[in-house]
Design a protein. Structure first.
Length: 235
């Protein structure tokens, strides 16, 4: 999720390229409003404030319909309860923002992606999302592009590395090497967490020694990191 928070334009670019759909013509004006909206939801007692992973909002009088709301979700596995909470959360957003709402969902597994494309609650509510998976996010293997769009490189590496394609993984790991220490560590962990144990070992051995130390000292203690390795192993 930090990838989309660090670069709010990422989801707009990916959806435009994969689905030929424009979520907003003003991606540079997107603002992360998740924290504020979560507080509102909790106060209203209408929905678990942890429902949406990220909420990006643009509001401008020159924007079509006055602006847009973009929800970004990362779905690791099946979670029917979460889908119900998202539906409830949409009501909070509609009440507060009065803007068009779009949902982008990142999925590593095909079976999860298929369920997230369109889902319904009876005949009254049908929700369609833009699913970002291995079919809609291409492997980013151009080193120059990966260095320019590091968040996209990391996402591509995680999605395709989860399926055993290590080419975008190697490109992304090299591309993030020039970033500041904190972001470099976070992005490296995100990539490696998506890999199987075998591929994890291969890629870590290829890293410079200083980055191997970063992994052993910090990332492997992270709950998300360990969870990612366990998911990759089961895969």
């Amino acid at each position: 999720m930090e990838l989309f928070r660090d670069d709010p334009t990422l989801v707009v670019r990916l959806v435009q390229r994969a689905f030929d759909a424009t979520l907003t013509p003003m991606p540079e004006r997107l603002v992360d409003r998740h924290a504020n909206l979560s507080v509102d939801a909790a106060q209203l007692r209408r929905v678990d404030p942890r429902t949406a992973d990220l909420v990006l909002i643009v509001r401008n009088p020159k924007h079509p319909s006055g602006g847009a709301v973009i929800i970004v979700e990362v779905q690791i596995g099946d979670d029917p309860d979460k889908l119900e909470r998202i539906a409830s959360y949409l009501g909070v957003l509609i009440d507060r923002e009065h803007l068009p709402i779009h949902i982008g969902t990142v999925a590593l597994e095909d079976r999860v992606a298929r369920k997230l494309d369109t889902w319904s609650f009876g005949t009254a509510v049908t929700i369609s999302t833009f699913v970002l998976d291995r079919h809609t996010v291409p492997p980013l293997i151009n080193p120059q592009q990966a260095r320019k769009y590091s968040q996209e490189a990391v996402l591509s590496a995680a999605i395709h590395g989860h399926r055993g394609n290590l080419e975008p993984v190697r490109v992304a790991l090299q591309a993030v090497g020039h970033l500041g220490e904190d972001r470099r560590r976070r992005y490296t962990a995100t990539i490696l967490a998506a890999l199987s144990n075998e591929d994890f070992t291969i890629c870590v051995k290829e890293l410079p020694m200083n980055r191997r130390v970063e992994i052993s000292r910090i990332e492997r203690r992270s709950a998300f990191f360990v969870h990612g390795l366990e998911e990759g192993t089961r895969k």
